[in-house]
Design a protein. Sequence first.
Length: 196
Amino acid sequence: MGDHVLVNRMVVGRAVSEEVILVEEGGKLLEIRGVELKPNIWEKLEGMGRIELKKIRLESTPSLRPFPPEPRVREGPRGKGVVLIDHAGYHVYELAREAEGAVVIGDDTSYVVGDILFRLGKPVVGIVDGDRDGLLAKTHFARGSLLLTVEEDDRTGREIREKVFGGGWKTERGFSEVKEEILSLLSKRVLRLVEV
């Protein structure tokens, strides 16, 4: 009890029981028992599409890395374009390997992805709303990264996907250009801005 509960590698909440039960009907997850759910988690889970219980990956962990080692930074090619990563930090290598940087939606996702891409020298723009679960005890971000706190990261993420990424998950434009466009788009809605 008390561990973070992940469904398909997305944190859904904290266990309040020794037993976690998922209820699914017709490809839709209807209930998660034994878990104190995060706010707005159903909206995030719906974004995953059709769900089959046989294929769901259910995990729990007190922390992804409670005592982090000092990260090793590898210098490599800068890459081209910028990718959008929305609450899917576990796929960061395949998504961002060839990119110059990433725009990341979600608190823990931004910190996990930022820490991973720090090792590759790739900056991120993290869109967060302050509901971080603290999956990593200590994180790093590459120089040029930016964390923007907004009221609702999910809604803001959808807007960024439509207006900055043209409805897709990657743009060939440079990181600086994308970062400036996001700052302009959200100029009146940013509650807190942290530059790295």
